[in-house]
Write a protein that binds this ligand. Structure first.
Ligand code: NI
Length: 167
């Protein structure tokens, strides 16, 4: 658990780099990939994990601009990737400027549970990671090779000379 703001910011930035790589590889066409007929699209999930960053932080008392309309899923993959970059940087700044290390041990109600702000911030990372995992499946279904977030995709195991990758 994060004890200092810089603990959190380090993790936030590491994960943002990984998420950025996933988003940077999207094509406009891939945004239309659906989970199932009538299900959400890849674009909607990518936009949700992006647009929800300031909403989540504002919900827990940080002053941050709600820059984007979550209902308006862009048709441009670049717009989603650029917006994620902007919002994740603004989030880091808002947290660094408005919360101190002491803020992290303070508690508030988070969707019916009493949680520390450190847990709440971890929840934001978990939310992004959760949807990022969904994206990597949809990226594959859209015919693209997903970025290896925590390990190589199957093609890259072969490039590494491994013919029987671990499950
Ligand atoms: Ni969500």
């Amino acid at each position: 658990m994060y004890v200092t703001i810089s603990d959190f910011i380090n993790e936030w930035k590491r994960e943002a780099v990984l998420t950025q790589k996933v988003l940077d590889e999207l094509t406009d066409d891939s945004l239309k990939q659906q989970v199932y007929p009538e299900g959400r699209t890849l674009g909607r999930i990518a936009w949700h994990l992006t647009a929800s960053i300031p909403d989540y932080l504002a919900h827990f008392g940080l002053k941050i601009e709600k820059a984007v309309n979550e209902e308006n899923v862009p048709a441009s993959a670049k717009e989603i990737a650029d917006t994620f970059k902007k919002l994740s940087e603004e989030a880091a700044l808002a947290i660094e400027q408005q919360w101190t290390d002491d803020s992290l041990s303070q508690t508030q109600n988070a969707f019916g549970r009493e949680e520390t702000n450190a847990q709440i911030l971890m929840g934001l990372i978990k939310h992004i990671v959760h949807h990022r995992g969904q994206l990597t499946i949809l990226i594959r279904q859209a015919g693209l090779k997903p970025f290896g977030v925590y390990g190589p995709p199957k093609e890259d195991w072969v490039n590494l000379g491994v013919t029987n990758p671990p499950l």
